[in-house]
Design a protein around this ligand. Structure first.
Ligand SMILES: [Zn+2]
Length: 260
């Protein structure tokens, strides 16, 4: 192997550190060995950039057969779910005459949902309302948890709402997350879907802050007046409804048979 010793000589430093020299020698030895055999049956025109006629064989082969040298981002083993605990770190949200705050409901539900999702093997991050991390935030799914006013409006002021952003870079994904949350939350909690989506929901601030690749929705889990008992006495069930909706989206569960 005359070419092997020529290459080694030409790049060997005069006083090499042993470790480095050994590594280079082994790498080149392997590369040249592979180059000699590989090029025997590989058309150089198939190699990247058609470098075959201008570069030494050793360089060609390092490009072609050593993908382990490339930096390949490690894919997440688990989907990342972000939960925004509505109003946390900022304000109390809606407040009842007896001092019950929307924020406390949101935080409790977010904590239960987080625990449940972690137990199911997902990575979960709970964020504050105006969390600095929201800027460009990347996750499989983000759900912001809120609750509706404690004011008595009328007997129809009961139920939950789900909305995604009005303008959405991936409308099909957002529609699917919304459908999953509506279906599973309604089934799990027994609450009716309240058919009023406000501009506060479709223009929710986090929608325009997170990465366009993050599928996001906001849920109003119920009204603090008429749905108070569920929200305060059974936050685990509320959380479970959100969790089932997220799992429906993440696992791409079939909605066709169950969509109301
Ligand atoms: Zn709110």
């Amino acid at each position: 192997m005359g070419t092997s010793s020529n290459i080694n000589q030409s790049i060997t430093p005069e006083k090499p550190r042993k470790g480095t020299f050994y590594y280079i020698q082994v790498a080149l030895g392997v590369a040249v060995l592979l180059a000699t055999t590989f090029t025997a049956w590989t058309d150089p025109s198939l190699l990247p950039g058609n470098f075959g006629e201008t570069l030494p064989e050793a360089l060609i082969i390092q490009t072609a057969v050593a993908p382990e040298l490339e930096i390949i981002p490690t894919p997440r083993s688990n989907p990342l779910v972000a939960l925004v605990a509505g109003h946390s770190g900022n304000d109390s949200g809606a407040v009842c005459p007896d001092g019950l705050t929307e924020r406390s409901i949101n935080e409790t539900v977010a904590a239960f949902a987080r625990q449940s999702l972690v137990e199911k093997g997902l990575d979960v991050e709970v964020l504050q309302e105006f969390d600095p991390k929201l800027d460009g935030y990347q996750a499989t799914v983000l759900v912001s948890i809120h609750a509706d006013s404690c004011d008595y409006v009328n007997d129809q002021a009961t139920g939950f709402k789900v909305s995604s952003a009005l303008a959405n870079p991936h409308p099909e994904r957002a529609a699917r997350l919304t459908a999953c949350l509506r279906n599973r939350y309604g089934k799990t909690t027994g609450l009716p879907l309240h058919n009023s989506i406000t501009i506060d929901m479709t223009s929710y601030h986090a929608f325009s802050e997170i990465s366009p690749e993050t599928t996001a929705a906001i849920i109003e889990v119920g009204f603090m007046n008429l749905d108070r008992q569920l929200l305060t006495q059974n936050p685990e069930q509320v959380a479970s409804g959100i969790v089932e909706g997220i799992l429906c989206y993440v696992n791409n569960e079939d909605l066709s048979a169950t969509t109301p």
